[in-house]
Design a protein around this ligand. Sequence first.
Ligand SMILES: NCc1[nH]cc(CCC(=O)O)c1CC(=O)O
Ligand SMILES: [Mg+2]
Length: 334
Amino acid sequence: MPQIVPGQFPGARPRRMRRDEFSRRLMRETVLTVDDLIQPLFVIEGQGRREAVESMPGVERLTIDELLREGEELARLGVPAVALFPVTAPEAKSLDGAAAYAPDGLAQRAVRALKDAFPQLGVITDVALDPYTSHGQDGIVDADGYVLNDETVAVLVRQALSHAEAGADVVAPSDMMDGRIGALREALESNDFIHTRILAYSAKYASSYYGPFRDAVGSAGALGKGNKYSYQMDPANSDEALREVALDLDEGADMVMIKPGMPYLDIVRRVKEQFAVPTFVYQVSGEYAMQMAAIRNGWLSEAVIAESLLCIKRAGADGILTYFARRVATALRA
Ligand SMILES: NCc1[nH]cc(CCC(=O)O)c1CC(=O)O
Ligand SMILES: [Mg+2]
């Protein structure tokens, strides 16, 4: 079909297809649906309480009974899964993060309660030690504060097994230790948790967009001026992400994740093109905070929410962890 008509201006009219809604709809390549959404939720001890997270307007920390209300609504809306992030009281934190694998810990109780009440709602748990360590790092540290790899992986294995025991459908290591996917897979297999999926935070960058999350789980104070540069990736790198993803897939990951989202969509595209595996993106707390701040100031329209998620999907994401999940699912159902 000749597109350019020689000697005529304009030579082609791509606007023809954009003229009417019917042809815009027919040529639309990407559609955001409820099936693409995962809702992260913060869990606290207690009963009948919701605490606002100041740097994340509209996001609350929930006691388990309130978590069940939220789970009911998300299940009703058809959101496929939630990702749980427990908040540990300062007195329960320790150097070795041992509270992470307590069989009756907050995370483990939250998983049990959700799976009992809403078996069809997928439950994803966070495998990492930062909510449980007194120094706010994702692992065990040596005398110089360096996060020890293999010692940390041993604890992550105990933590993941306690989540699987509680009924978690998916364990999601967000720590970036080397070799942890292989260790988790082997431990799950040899303990008969053959159905437990692993969502690997494979390319997790040392990002300043995590600030509001650290406020939400209370790891910001513990971490202080510390940073996570010795295990999370340098935002300058892209080839390194491909290597991390390749290793995690070899070690037995079912799904891989890139985090944060919007500033890292080139990574999402490279990963999806190279590996063609289930690829997830975390639209992180800072991305949420930025958009909410601008919307609340009247500087941006709330249409940016759906646009940002659509663009993440267009880049190659099969699913998105987003604090907007419930809001978007509600709008999509309307
Ligand atoms: N294991 C820690 C963890 N798990 C998820 C997030 C960030 C999520 C967000 O910002 O929304 C972080 C923060 C960090 O690495 O310091
Ligand atoms: Mg790795």
